[in-house]
Ligand binder design. Sequence first.
Ligand SMILES: [Ca+2]
Ligand SMILES: [Ca+2]
Length: 192
Amino acid sequence: MGSGRSRSLSPELLSELQASTPFTEAQLREWHNRFLQQQPDGRVRHRDFLRLYRHFLPGSEVAAYAAHVFRSLDSDGDGSLDFREFVLAMNLTAPGRAKVKLRWAFALFDVDRDGEVSKGEVLEIVTAVFQLIPPKERESLPEDENTPEKRAEKLWAHFNKGENDKLAEAEFIDGVLDNDDIMRLIQYEPKK
Ligand SMILES: [Ca+2]
Ligand SMILES: [Ca+2]
């Protein structure tokens, strides 16, 4: 056992990941070993992912958000994250990768994967993000941000879009980059 093709880190995959992320060969090899210790079949499933979210955000309703994040990371849509998808996810959390993170955020919002974001998709993701906010914290939100609907309206108004307009990736990134007020609406940062 342990000699299957899916268990080894191929030279092709290694060079692809080195080209598309700032990680070194040594880091990638170490992660690959650890990944296989945690996931002996080389795949992270939705339920593993959900467990992780429940662990890190114990006071939050994580199911909807975790499902959307999983969908956005599972780029080939096969229902599991392989090592390649896993490393690209790690790349999102590396410091100084604002544009990379926003490209991912766009994929998160593009629920039907048609390359554009509609107002309905904004409401869907904003609702999932809102559920991450523990009920006690929700009470202290500003009046115009204390429901998912208000947050979606605010976001959509920021982009200057009509009800049935769509948002392209570049517009989304330019609109969110370096704008803390808008960034706050598209994600939830747990209070330390
Ligand atoms: Ca996959
Ligand atoms: Ca879409």
